[in-house]
Design a protein around this ligand. Sequence first.
Ligand SMILES: [Zn+2]
Length: 315
Amino acid sequence: MSHKLKIIFFSLYCLIVGCNHENNDKYSYRHSFQPIFTLSSDQMKGRKYDSFEAEISSFYLSSQFEKIGLKKCPSYKNYFQNFLTDDSIRVRNVIGYFEGTNSILKDEYIVISAHYDHLGVDENLKGDSIYNGARDNAVGVCALLEIAKYFSNNPPNHSIVFALFTGEEFGYIGSDYFVHHPPFFLNKFVFNFNIDNIGYDDRNSISIIGSGKTIADKHFKSSCDSLKLALINNPCPEMRLFEKSDNFNFYQKGVPSITFCMGFSSFNDSIKKYYHKVNDEYNTLDYFYIDKYIETAILSVENIDSEYVNTYWKN
Ligand SMILES: [Zn+2]
């Protein structure tokens, strides 16, 4: 399909999907959830990294970056970091950034990341066959966009890179490429705040994977306190979740990293009901809670950005 046709298709698509969902709740939310509705709609067919719908998702996300006013990385002509996978499939990450306002800290980069891909469609399933991935990880992408919106109005001290990765579900492909081909010097990356979700069963808490390694712990605690949420550190250690998201590629390169999750403490039946299942749909989410989750993420990043330190590693 030609580039022009793709854009026309995409614009029509946004028009249809954009009008599709109305939030009729009476409560007024701080944040917009449209990216969750769009990415996890059936039309996006589960955003498998090698699908046409993943490509459409990348166009949608780059239009969001444009709207927010994120800068394109030096030498990039758009927000796409295009590359070939090991089996020669053309895929892309979506990357943008804000430059820091502090004359010293602007040379240090905090990376906010979330994967936008999911599992696609299982043709063998009867009935619903689409892995919508609302929790995993449309919610994370939405949180990243809301953090970016916040910093567009409240310029950060450090430079902040916003990275939406592809291929997380099939071997952390996008983040692996990113850390090996970073748009800025890797040794200038001081912290990776990764956002990813397997689900939640506790609406009164936030879970952090990677607690105990960095000085950001206190910031997670204080931002949870201000939203009256509890903090769960390193849920289900037996699952080694620290090694099972994009944060681990940063950690392996020596960059302090955590993954910021909705509240859960064990891999129980209420998590399994949605985790990597076709019923992980946007109409099964509690938006009152998601709104607080996103706000906690923003406060946490704001606090991390306010640090003036040599390293975010805990001594
Ligand atoms: Zn995920």
